[in-house]
Write a protein that binds this ligand. Structure first.
Ligand code: G3P
Ligand code: MG
Length: 343
């Protein structure tokens, strides 16, 4: 009977915990699997001493593909089923903006995939930089435009269109072109190209960025520049050219709005796993970037675990943003330690 009590106590404790995983630098590096990541998902999907599922969601600053496509790709790499209901990428919460803006410029990502993302989010009239170049190639003097790009773009007279806001969804594939077009729009009269506003501030359209990471871990030996670096460059250019500070909104970790959104996702995922729509008492976040995952998780009161498989490579805990639950060699060690503490 004692054994049974102990295990039911553990089941009870397991039902009051959840994990939040960062993806790049914790579970994968680009398209490469971090092997401990695969084992972690097996454990949480039921291959544990209690034989029960332990809820977990994925909270990534990654971007550039529709949620379903990214989830399919990750499931394949991690050899585990992943649902879009447990998955948040940097631009996922930006779907709420579709209620406020109709004609939008979407910047970043491969080919036309971010147009697809914006369509799924419900934006009605989506413009991407290539549509603008196809209309007026002189706008980006150094851009080489391929026939294929021309054939798939949607040019029209953008001097007659009011673009209502700019949304940087993903990493720019061409800083020179994207920065030029964004600068032109920010300086225009209410988002009409080929115009320059007399007052740079009152007629300026809003700009949103899906995340602010300076660096991103990839297959390359040292992390690569990410959207935060692009934004800082743009802000400096804007200030130098107009003398004004650029007001902007940033989504993604470590912004509060993203953690609030994550809470909603955890709550509804709890319903799917445990038939109990509530926020678990003990949330553990595993991340590799102190300036994004850890600082945000700490502010939000989560137990944060910093791993050394991505951006962070230091010895002890990070000085500026120490992880509250500690530093671990990899995600498996972090999850095992959290389970040992809770169960
Ligand atoms: O910094 C860009 C992005 O790829 C990072 O993703 O999963 O580490 O939040 P993640
Ligand atoms: Mg990461």
């Amino acid at each position: 009977a004692q054994v049974q009590d102990l295990s039911s106590e553990k089941v009870h404790a397991a039902k009051d915990m959840a994990f939040v995983f960062d993806i790049d630098g914790v579970l994968v590096l680009g398209d490469e699997l971090i092997p401990e990541g695969q084992r972690v998902l097996e454990i949480l999907n039921g291959d544990n001493e209690l034989g029960i599922k332990i809820p977990h969601i994925f909270l990534t600053n990654g971007s550039g593909k529709p949620e379903a496509a990214r989830v399919a790709q990750l499931s394949k790499i991690l050899q585990s089923p992943i649902s879009t209901d447990q998955f948040i990428q940097s631009h996922t919460p930006m779907r709420a903006l579709a209620e406020y803006y109709s004609t939008v410029l979407v910047v970043g990502g491969e080919g036309y995939r971010c147009r697809e993302v914006a369509e799924e989010y419900g934006f009605k009239d989506i413009v991407v930089p290539n549509d603008i170049i196809a209309w007026d190639p002189t706008i980006a003097p150094y851009r080489v435009f391929t026939d294929e790009e021309r054939a798939t773009s949607r040019p029209r007279d953008f001097s007659k269109v009011n673009i209502e806001c700019i949304m940087v969804f993903s990493d720019s594939r061409d800083y020179a072109t994207d920065m030029q077009i964004i600068m032109d729009l920010l300086r225009s009269e209410d988002g009409r190209l080929h115009t320059v506003a007399k007052d740079p501030v009152s007629q300026r359209i809003p700009i949103y960025f899906s995340q602010g990471d300076l660096l991103c871990p990839t297959e390359h030996p040292t992390p690569r520049m990410s959207q935060g670096a692009f934004r800082i460059g743009l802000e400096a250019m804007y200030k130098a050219v107009t003398g004004e500070d650029l007001e902007r909104v940033v989504y993604g970790k470590p912004e509060l709005a993203t953690y609030r959104y994550a809470d909603e996702v955890i709550t509804s995922w709890m319903e799917q796993i445990h038939n109990d729509e509530k926020l678990p008492k003990n949330v553990y976040m595993v991340g590799d970037n102190p300036a994004s995952d850890i600082v945000g998780g700490n502010m939000y009161g989560w137990n944060t675990c910093l791993v050394r498989t991505g951006v962070y490579q230091g010895e002890g805990n990070d000085d500026e943003n120490p992880a509250s639950f500690g530093v671990f060699k990899n995600v498996l060690e972090a999850v095992q330690m959290a389970c040992r503490k809770q169960l």
